[in-house]
Design a protein around this ligand. Structure first.
Ligand code: MF3
Ligand code: CO
Length: 254
């Protein structure tokens, strides 16, 4: 049984709308990054994001999605993705925090994530993890070209991550995005060059490497959302929405 839907290609007008939703996500993430420091609670980030998404004229994409309770996902240290903001979760010097934000504006979605150091001294392994994860996303974005395949994207992420001794999470994947938060195709962060769906003009992909410093295993906590590493190692997450165009990759969340 194949439950996948056709992959929707977007017109230049639609890409322009997605650029506007992507710009709002970026504005909010930039502001949140500047707020991250020891002593701040992840709920402080949530409150700021909720207010700013509204002020900028958009609606949060995650809140209410499969009953997810918040505007942001905030995932600290060994949390991989889908951490739920909390008043009790105060960030400490040396932590890393992944912040994932999605919005919808005029019917079109934007979705992006960053991982941020808390304080000035996150330690060499965490520093390297952030740099490698972001570099793997940059390398994957380079593959977003007409005629390439979804497997080229996953292979690019995997190559950068594994060459640096880290591991790619298998249990969660990137996705198409447009008038829905999650569209086909799925975009794994591993794969074989030349395999999977071919990229066509107007496709938009949310590419989101999730990288563990240790082993790739993930499990979900009893809150039914927070995904953590099985081995307790730290994990990073960066995400961009990228359109396939005649001129190469167009990053809508830049
Ligand atoms: N960026 C993530 C994703 O695309 C965040 C989803 S959180 C959810 O899946 F609550 F909306 F599920
Ligand atoms: Co996403």
């Amino acid at each position: 049984m194949n439950l996948s839907m056709p992959i929707v290609c977007k017109s230049p007008q639609e890409l322009e709308k997605m650029r506007r939703s992507g710009a709002i996500v970026r504005t909010v993430l930039d502001e949140l990054k500047a707020m991250v420091k020891p002593g701040i609670a992840t709920m402080d980030l949530e409150r700021h994001a909720e207010r700013r998404v509204k002020e900028l004229g958009a609606k949060p994409a995650f809140k209410g999605y499969h009953e997810y309770p918040c505007v942001l996902c905030t995932s600290v240290n060994h949390e991989i993705v889908h951490g739920i903001p909390s008043e009790k979760r105060k960030l400490q010097e040396g932590d890393i925090v992944s912040i994932d934000c999605g919005v919808v504006l005029d019917g079109y979605y934007g979705d992006a994530a960053i991982t941020v150091a808390v304080g000035e001294n996150i330690g060499p392994e965490a520093q390297k993890l952030l740099a490698v994860t972001e570099a793997s996303l940059a390398r994957a974005i380079e593959k977003v070209r007409i005629g390439n395949s979804v497997g080229d994207i996953g292979a690019a992420v995997q190559q950068v991550v594994e060459a640096n001794g880290f591991s790619v999470v298998r249990d969660f994947v990137g996705h198409g995005i447009g008038t829905k938060l999650h569209e086909d195709p799925q975009v794994p962060n591993f794969g074989t060059p030349g395999h999977g769906a071919r990229l066509r003009e107007g496709m938009v992909l949310a590419i989101e490497p999730m990288v563990n410093a240790g082993k790739p295993g993930a499990r979900v906590l009893d809150d039914n959302w927070t995904a953590v590493t099985v081995d307790g190692s730290i994990s990073a997450h960066f995400e961009h929405c990228v359109a396939v165009t005649k001129n190469g990759p167009l990053v809508l969340t830049a």
